[in-house]
Write a protein that binds this ligand. Structure first.
Ligand code: NDP
Length: 296
């Protein structure tokens, strides 16, 4: 069997087109211009690439992009003052503080100082609690993108056995909550899971969010399962490097029913979902109907 490739690049383009349509409707019919503020502290090269890409895509869908680049030595008080100002600014509907922050800054404190209604990353403790109790919230972008792709592929997820490998606050745990919300039977596996291979073999839906190159081989996968590979790992390939996921793609694609590639799978969905969350936040802020299919 050869798996269907779930094309995240194409799917993300579809999400961005929907966002752009909605942004145009908000602007033309209601005079609302959704705005996203991204705050970057320090010079982390990967973060700089992400922030640039977020700014570019924000403008491409017709929204206003505000970038705040702060020196690595910025104090917590200065950062909190900026967030407070963004919380109050009616032009800003979404605020994202790029992680990781320099070590002298308390990430939890900073994230929890964002107005939860503008917390488009969905990391504020209020949004975590709302998601966990099945209430309307801001949903973390990467798991939201995974859920959108799963729903598009399967239709209903109800009753399926889902295994999420990884229990981080940004991917594994919210992913598990979303799958539970769609009535999957969910197992969360992690580094202490006793028989990971056997656990993975039970999954109709297998989500890998570990950060270990090609750790999951094809013979851990149930024939016909849907495999969502969140991992982004850089490995040596001759004198260059290349990106691989947490799943060994070639062997997995022989067994799975559907699989996301790396790159070009989950990755492009993350920023698309950030834009989706910003337009959702703008609708909520103005008491307007939310776009369909852009949130849970
Ligand atoms: P974390 O390092 O925060 O979490 C990794 C999780 O994997 C932990 O729960 C850890 O378990 C578990 N784990 C580690 N080793 C093993 C093992 N041998 N067996 C089973 N479980 C294991 O990573 P993130 O959740 O932040 O990211 C995971 C991956 O997803 C990374 O490759 C990251 O780059 C990628 N990513 C991709 C995004 C995208 O846009 N596509 C966005 C975010 C992340 P324990 O808790 O027990 O230590």
């Amino acid at each position: 069997m050869t798996a269907t490739i779930l094309d995240g690049k194409a799917f993300a383009a579809g999400v961005r087109a929907k966002v752009a349509d909605h942004v145009a409707r908000l602007r033309d019919s209601f005079g609302v211009m959704p705005g996203l503020a991204v705050v970057l502290v320090g010079e982390d090269p990967a973060s700089q690439v992400y922030v640039r890409s977020k700014g570019k895509q924000t403008v491409e869908v017709g929204m206003a992009s505000f970038e705040h680049r702060l020196d690595a030595a910025t104090s917590e008080a200065e950062l909190l003052a900026l967030i407070s100002q963004l919380n109050e600014d009616p032009k800003i509907h979404g605020i994202l503080v790029q992680l990781p922050l320099p070590s002298h800054l308390d990430s939890d404190l900073v994230i929890n100082s964002i107005n939860p209604a503008k917390d488009v990353d969905g990391f504020h403790i209020s949004n975590v609690g709302l998601l966990g109790t099945g209430q309307k919230s801001m949903v973390p972008c990467t798991p939201l993108g995974c859920l959108m792709m799963l729903r598009a592929h399967h239709g209903r997820l109800s009753g399926l056995d889902a295994v999420v490998v990884g229990r981080s606050n940004i991917v594994g745990k919210p992913m598990a909550q979303l799958l539970l919300g769609d009535s999957c039977t969910v197992t969360i596996a992690h580094s202490r899971t006793r028989d990971l291979a056997e656990t993975c073999r039970r999954a109709d839906i297998l989500v890998a969010a570990v950060g270990r190159a090609e750790m999951i081989p094809g013979d851990w996968i149930k024939p016909g399962a849907t495999v969502i590979d969140v991992g982004i790992n850089r490995i040596a390939a001759g004198d260059k490097t290349r990106l691989v996921g947490d799943v060994h793609f070639d062997s997995a694609a022989q067994v799975a029913g559907a699989i996301t590639p790396v790159p070009g799978g989950v990755g492009p969905m993350t920023i698309a979902c950030l834009l989706a969350n910003t337009v959702t936040a703008a609708c909520r802020a103005h008491g307007l109907e939310e776009p369909e299919g852009l949130t849970v």
